[in-house]
Design a protein around this ligand. Sequence first.
Ligand code: 13P
Ligand code: SF4
Length: 300
Amino acid sequence: MRNIIKDIYRLKKQKNAVILVHNYQPEDIHKIADYAGDSLGLSVKASTTKAEVIIFCGVDFMAETAKILSPDKKVILPESGATCPMAEMITAAQLKALKEKHPGIPVVTYVNSTAEVKAESDICCTSSNAVKVVKSLEAPKVIFTPDRNLADYVQKQTGIEIIKWNGFCPTHERIKKDTVMAIKEKYPSAIFMAHPECRPEVVKLADYAVSTGGMFGVVSKSKHKTFIVGTEIGMLYPLSREFPGKEFISADSRAVCKNMKKNTLKKVLSSLKSLEPAIEIESRVAKRARRALQRMVEVS
Ligand code: 13P
Ligand code: SF4
């Protein structure tokens, strides 16, 4: 492993590359990160980096977002099969039909979506800025795609009427209310943090509903020692690394995103050598999707 890491560092320098890593990535991948974070943090990093190549260790929609925001850079997803099932739950044609049914209603699209769906949207959001983005529209009603759970959370936070698409994250939906209640009973003084992709009845039990990046903020400000983490289990590693004196317990150990685990050090090394597989997005689609993403970055 030490040799692979050495080769990665050498090639990274040679190719003027930066390695961006989502919080859910495996431990090995965290060790080679130039920056690790949530979807919003990674989008911002992708749009401001001076590197010519972005090695994106995450899933496809994240690498696509980086490419849309930085069209002149080479963006590589080491494992092209690392997809997000939620992003496949709405197509551009379905969104067009929904807009025709509700003319004049602004469309907010979660970044966990395809470039084509982003291109049909007025503005994008991530889980860390969804409330702010929806409020910024100053509209009495909005269409929100594709995540029904994040939409429900935003509706409760803002009081704004939301037309929801019926998409969801299969990983977060595996976190069940009964499991969480049992863990809360076992650790009565623990703080429960839930990602807003969780089912509404799980989010309701949370002390904090936050993005993966937001979880660091909660822990750093808290005097509590034990935290129940209601998101993909990969989150336990970066939290434990950042806060070695605290204890982190998974809300439900079934919450594993297989696609997030597909990137490996070997694949990163091979993609640094070949600069493949590179993300390509049709320029007309990318131009329209960029508008929606840039509008989000401006609001954040
Ligand atoms: P974050 O933006 O909170 O990191 O979430 C991304 C994601 O895919 C959650 O499942
Ligand atoms: Fe997609 Fe869920 Fe995996 Fe996040 S955890 S990448 S939303 S499937």
